[in-house]
Design a binder for this molecule. Structure first.
Ligand code: GAR
Length: 201
């Protein structure tokens, strides 16, 4: 039997992108057609709602709590080392960051270079970092959106694989804009992952 392409998904919160990806995997028959499956969903927060959603779907869930490393000499590296070991136990072909809200060390990113995707809620290269929707509104943008990109060691940078554009409406709030963008994230992320899986050897 051919080796399965394992996908590991990293989350921190709501998990709606994870859910969209997991649903696409079933609907689009990734196991049968692409020989790919979600091997695990890993959260850095034990209370992430996406963990329960994942478990409800029958997915393998794990937690690597970043707060448990706070007293280490180098907490970020210590956390990333354990996270990397936890991920690598699944022999991933693809690592998918789906609302993973923790900055990873360059060494971690290099380890998965070329097989690590992220979704960011802005039209990169505009508005890297946090509070993207508030900043887009405050800047007077007429359009906002989301970007799927390959990860590089520079935060929210890397080759762009897909983007979705939504209008910024008069009197928009950051929450309303975020919700409008999120609906588009759920479309472009599974599609970009599927395209990426097809490009893998
Ligand atoms: C999404 O909007 C995603 O783009 C964003 O967090 C949200 C997670 O929602 N990611 C980032 O800001 C990463 N820099 P979800 O947990 O419901 O998928």
């Amino acid at each position: 039997m051919t080796c399965m392409k394992n996908i590991v998904v990293l989350i921190s919160g709501g998990g709606s992108n994870m859910l969209a990806i997991a649903r696409a995997a079933v609907r689009r028959q990734w196991a049968e057609k692409l020989n790919a499956r979600i091997a695990a969903v890993i959260s850095n927060r034990p209370d992430a709602r996406g963990l329960q959603l994942s478990a409800d779907l029958g997915l393998n869930t794990q937690v690597v709590d970043h707060t448990a490393f706070a007293d280490r000499a180098d907490p970020r590296t210590a956390f990333d080392d354990v996270l990397r070991q936890t991920i690598d136990a699944h022999e991933p072909a693809l690592l998918v960051l789906a609302g993973f809200m923790h900055i990873l060390t360059p060494g971690f990113v290099v380890h998965y270079e070329g097989r690590m995707l992220n979704i960011h809620p802005s039209l990169l290269p505009a508005f890297t970092g946090l509070h993207t929707h508030r900043r887009a509104i405050d800047a007077g943008c007429h359009f906002a959106g989301a970007t799927v990109h390959q990860m590089t060691t520079e935060l929210d940078h890397g080759p762009i694989l897909a983007q979705a554009v939504v209008p910024v409406l008069p009197d928009d709030t950051a929450d309303a804009l975020a919700a409008r963008v999120l609906t588009q994230e759920h479309l472009i992320y599974p599609q970009a992952i599927e395209t990426f899986l097809k490009s893998l050897p």
